[in-house]
Write a protein that binds this ligand. Structure first.
Ligand code: NDP
Length: 622
């Protein structure tokens, strides 16, 4: 039996798969815990405060609008833009933030940038004529793009910011939704859209002493530049020059801001429970001449389709050989494809097992390279060993960065690895881990967002549909939709989210753009034809659920034929929000993880045909 650590050198010996599987399982077991998502709590008090914009006074609204969208991030912006194009002028967007941007409004931490290539990540590039300045644009440019969309489509005209919905009730007599908010609004809307985002409720670990810290603290989604100095463009945070800073968490957010903290803080302690896998980023500025050559009519749709086809999301629908993006996401799929061809050219037949074997082999190789990169970059061997991730690359959100690992070579930066246990407690003076107290001036919580809690709990309100039935009641035995958007008993309401639809994790805004286009088509038709209501039929909703179930659920080990594989969502993986924090879901929660059998590309092809047919199959207009 070979030592698995031997594989990280340049002269790699064949991978000992059994040893790796065992190591992965050991590391997962260290992190498994019975409380799952209940280990966390939400931000309260000052931690929730919007540090970016003051709340503007305004009069409550008591009018009627055609379409109200809850959420001013990409979901609301793309849906609003498509509605305007479809001739629905009367669109009101509501957001708890002080401007458009959604996740990009809140996440202004230093170093924030998109992890999916800008050309496919940023929606409506062709329509707005914007050229992303980098292959992976930084947060200020993305926020500005959100504002650009808002301005170009007149979405600011009736937007209500710093406003939270408190009630959303269907009035069956008037056939309108009645909306109330925390700003005293009470108005009606014929249609409503909900794009409250998968990652908008920030969380903290509910550990002893968390309220006792006497220093300064904030969550990464409420970055306190007044305390740190500097700004979202990455300017030096000079006020940290004499500060000892702790950052808790090493997920995708921490990976992006740690290089900045390591550069600017006098001392930085990085508290790690599970290392992220950090692959090569390879960011480059956009060459305007090259951009002009690709930006021909229809280019962004072609790029979107091409990217989906070249990620794992393209597998179920045939993929595409011409990879325009060429990055870490498409590399995963390219390697799996190569392994499939290898097996088939040596006489194997294509089957589900061939694909799974190929996936596992490619993943082992990729992760060995990612671990070898840690050794190549990080000078201290103990720190390097602790930064290696022992799980399948898609078990957790893959990260890509070219300065993160390097940050640990700075003299002031210390990795405090907790061997899967996490920080124990917070004291008045600092953070306790491994039995030692680390005294610090500031704690930065990079501990992420709620994902697997109930939709209505995260949204902060429950829809009350036909006959007074609440959405939470209707979904008590599991989420039910058509296309992830329409719910029986909730006429004229549309959800914009990933589950039960495309589930394309490599490019989240793409899911929203497609759904926004579909909604605009339906609502445009209803308004043009004078229909009062649009609602999914009971048969169509049931048929859709059965269709989704026919693909199995990821937590059952989707398509794994009962094999224990490190595939996305699997309970074999180390705990995280991709797999319900490693806990078998309740029978009801199982429905929250359903995606279209065949994957995202197959779904996008399906929904395009559905829209083009003009028949709106499964949806009834009255
Ligand atoms: P994550 O949920 O990914 O990370 C939270 C981190 O906090 C994890 O490292 C977690 O460890 C750690 N943690 C939780 N509790 C404790 C504890 N008690 N002690 C020590 N550590 C603890 O949140 P992020 O904000 O990093 O990212 C959330 C998502 O946002 C990403 O997955 C991605 O989808 C998105 N994102 C996208 C970006 C982009 O596209 N550019 C950039 C940043 C984020 P453990 O892993 O053990 O649970």
């Amino acid at each position: 039996m070979t030592d698995i650590h031997e594989h990280t050198g340049h002269q790699r010996s064949p991978i000992d798969k059994e040893a790796l599987r065992r190591k992965y399982r050991e590391e997962r077991d260290k992190r498994s815990r019975p409380d799952g998502i209940a280990q966390y709590r939400r931000l309260t008090g000052d931690l929730l405060h919007d540090p970016y914009l003051p709340v503007q006074p305004r009069e409550p609204r008591t009018d009627h609008v055609t379409f109200t969208f809850v959420g001013g991030g990409f979901a609301g912006l793309v849906t609003g833009a498509r509605l305007k194009e479809a001739g629905v002028d009367d669109v009101r967007i509501i957001d708890k933030a002080g401007d458009f941007g959604g996740t990009w409004y809140w996440n202004r931490y230093p170093g924030a940038q998109c992890d999916t290539a800008s050309f496919v990540y940023m929606p409506l590039l062709e329509e707005t004529g914007h050229m992303p300045t980098e292959k992976y644009a930084h947060a200020p440019e993305i926020l500005e793009h959100c504002q650009r969309i808002g301005k170009q489509y007149g979405l600011y005209d009736d937007a209500l910011f710093h406003t939270e919905v408190t009630g959303l009730t269907w009035d069956d007599d008037a056939q309108v939704w009645v909306m109330t908010t925390d700003r005293g609004d009470e108005f009606t809307s014929q249609f409503v859209g909900l794009g409250t985002g998968p990652l908008h409720v920030a969380k903290l670990p509910d550990i002893p002493g968390i309220d006792s810290f006497r220093g300064h603290s904030f969550h990464t989604s409420r970055w306190d530049y007044a305390y740190t100095g500097g700004g979202p463009e990455g300017e030096p945070m000079r006020r940290l020059a004499d500060k000892r800073v702790a950052i808790i968490g090493t997920g995708a957010t921490a990976v992006q801001c740690i290089p900045h903290l390591a550069r600017d803080a006098e001392e930085l302690y990085v508290f790690q429970r599970t290392p992220s896998s950090v692959d090569v980023r390879g960011n480059v500025p956009t060459d305007p001449t090259w951009f002009a050559s690709i930006a021909q009519p229809g280019w962004q749709q072609r790029w979107l389709e091409n990217f989906t086809a070249n990620t794992m999301g393209g597998f179920g629908a045939g993929g595409d050989d011409d990879d325009l993006i060429q990055d870490g996401w498409t590399d995963i799929a390219r390697r799996v494809k190569a392994k499939v061809f290898e097996r088939m050219s040596s006489g194997g037949e294509f089957s589900g097992d061939t694909l799974l074997d190929a996936f596992e082999d490619a993943d082992f190789e990729k992760m060995e390279e990612i671990r070898a990169r840690v050794d190549a970059v990080v000078e201290d061997p103990a720190t390097a060993a602790a930064l290696k991730s022992w799980y399948g690359q898609l078990c957790k959100r893959p990260c890509f960065h070219d300065e993160y690992l390097q940050a640990f070579n700075r003299p002031g930066a210390t990795l405090v690895d907790t061997d899967g246990k996490g920080v124990e407690r917070i004291t008045e003076r600092g953070v306790v881990a491994g039995g030692r107290e680390y005294e610090v001036d500031c704690i930065v919580w990079a501990t992420g967002f709620e994902v697997s809690t109930e939709f209505t709990s995260r949204a902060g309100f429950d829809l009350v549909g036909r006959g007074g039935v609440r959405l939470s009641e209707y979904w008590a035995s599991g989420m039910r939709t058509l296309h992830g958007s329409h719910v029986l008993g909730f006429p004229n309401a549309f959800l914009v989210q990933l589950t039960q639809g495309s589930n394309h994790i490599a490019n989240v805004p793409h899911n929203m753009s497609e759904t926004g286009t579909t909604i605009a088509k339906i609502v445009g038709h209803a308004v043009a034809q004078g229909h009062a209501t649009v609602e999914v039929s009971a048969e169509a909703e049931e048929a859709w659920i059965q269709r989704l179930l026919s693909g199995g659920t990821p937590l059952d080990g989707l398509g794994s034929g009962g094999r224990s594989l490190q595939i996305p969502g699997s309970l074999e993986c180390t705990p995280g929000y991709y797999n319900n924090e490693g806990q078998a879901p309740t029978a009801a929660a199982r429905y929250n993880f359903l995606g279209f059998p065949g994957g995202p590309l197959a779904f996008f092809q399906y929904i395009d045909r559905w829209r083009r047919s003009g028949e709106f199959e499964g949806v009834e207009f009255r």
